[in-house]
Design a protein around this ligand. Structure first.
Ligand SMILES: Cc1ncc(COP(=O)(O)O)c(C=O)c1O
Length: 386
């Protein structure tokens, strides 16, 4: 067989590799605490599960419209009105299997040899992977600890060229937990008005997970760039539905037909029962979401405090999502060494900062989607190792 050259440019998501290694060690009888995984350690709320089951029993077994069933797209628009105070045309909402397909389609839509696409670094590894796959040139937006891992508008705007086609931003962010302040977003939007050829994809998958009284700022709240904004969100994190595969984006009018065609070529539609479960999630009680976020907030305080008490480690306040991203330079270990030794010798799975891009060297991602008891035990094992 002779595979296409493009395959050699496709990266991966190392959290899945760590997960596999942790699984192997556990199968050998090792006691592994997993702080590597990027999914809530909660079950999908019962009423959502029941809605999925009911949809199957009611006979929703066939294809749906490629962009999602109308009632779901209307529920998304109502949810965006409630949470962000914005008017969204349900015809601009395109439902896909998870958060990832939107980023893949957005990059394929703009990426080709000669094009430049900006992306956060350290950031969700799929951005850089897919940009390279498309043949476009990835241009990192360096996220630094001194700025709370938020991007600065100045750094983004300074890198725009005639070849820039798309800018990807993500707040609250994976892997850093960073939240970009409204002032920087205001400045970015203002600056983008001078570059009308550039599209923007705002990955807001953690939009329900902010702490310390912070409010999420959605890029949808800026009407002046709605005609070139792709706003990505979904059910995976908010409703603990990672395995259901359900996400959406609000697309600009000019892109809706293109993305719908990509959906038809790729997956036809999201499975019908999952879409009905998605309606129940948005329209039903939100108590479970609030309880989960409150629990994450408690664990966040514990993990940041305890990480700061470890020798050679300092950890910035994690403002959103469910990740802490401590600086480990003082341990004398590289990110990769720390990841491997913490797993092999202490039985604690974390993910090296470099798995999220070159700017992640010197850092390690700890997910606190695990019980406080396990977090405390994991950090006590790491203390002993250090
Ligand atoms: C920033 C970010 N965007 C998107 C996704 C993808 O979510 P999904 O599992 O719904 O594809 C993730 C998952 O970890 C993420 O961290």
């Amino acid at each position: 067989m002779i595979f296409a050259d493009s395959l050699s440019r496709l990266g991966t998501e190392s959290a899945f590799v760590v997960l596999a290694r942790a699984g192997q060690l556990a199968a050998q009888g090792r006691d592994i605490i997993n702080l590597g995984i990027g999914q809530p350690d909660f079950k999908t709320p019962e009423h959502i599960v029941e809605a999925g089951i009911k949809a199957l029993r009611d006979g929703h077994h066939g294809y749906t419209p490629a962009n999602g069933i109308p009632a779901l797209r209307e529920a998304v628009a109502a949810d965006l009105q409630r949470r962000h105070g914005v008017e969204v045309n349900p015809d601009h909402v395109v439902v896909v299997p998870g958060g990832k397909p939107t980023m893949f389609f957005a990059v394929l839509m703009f990426g080709q040899p000669g094009a430049e696409i900006m992306y956060p670094n350290p950031g969700f590894p799929i951005y850089e992977s897919v940009i390279r796959y498309s043949g476009a040139t990835p241009v990192p937006i360096a996220l630094e600890e001194k700025n709370g891992f938020a991007f600065t508008a100045e750094a983004v705007l300074a890198q725009i060229t005639d070849r820039t086609r798309l800018i990807i931003i993500n707040s609250p962010a994976n892997p850093t937990g960073g939240v970009t302040p409204k002032e920087e977003i205001d400045k970015l939007v203002k600056g983008l008005l001078d570059h009308p050829h550039v599209a923007l994809m705002s990955d807001e998958i953690y939009s329900n997970m902010l702490y310390g009284g912070r409010q999420h700022v959605s890029l949808l709240q800026y009407p002046e760039i709605r005609d070139r904004l792709i706003m990505l969100d979904g059910w995976s994190k908010t409703y603990a539905m990672t395995g259901w595969r359900l996400g959406y984006a609000v697309w600009p009018d000019a892109a809706v037909e293109h993305v719908t065609r990509l959906c038809i070529n790729d997956h036809s539609c999201v499975n019908a029962a999952t879409q009905y479960a998605g309606i129940a999630a948005l329209e039903g009680p939100q108590d479970a979401v609030h309880a989960m976020v409150a629990e994450f907030d408690k664990r966040r305080e514990v993990i940041v405090r305890e990480l700061n008490a470890l020798p050679g480690i300092r950890c910035a306040d994690a403002a959103g999502a469910f990740y802490a991203f401590p600086n480990i330079e003082g341990t004398g270990l590289t990110s990769r060494e720390a990841q491997d030794r913490f797993l092999d010798e202490a039985g604690v799975a974390t993910v090296a900062g470099t798995s999220f891009g070159a700017w992640g060297e010197g850092y390690l991602r700890f997910s606190y989607a695990n019980s406080t008891e396990n977090i405390l035990e994991a950090l006590s094992r790491i203390r002993e190792l250090l």
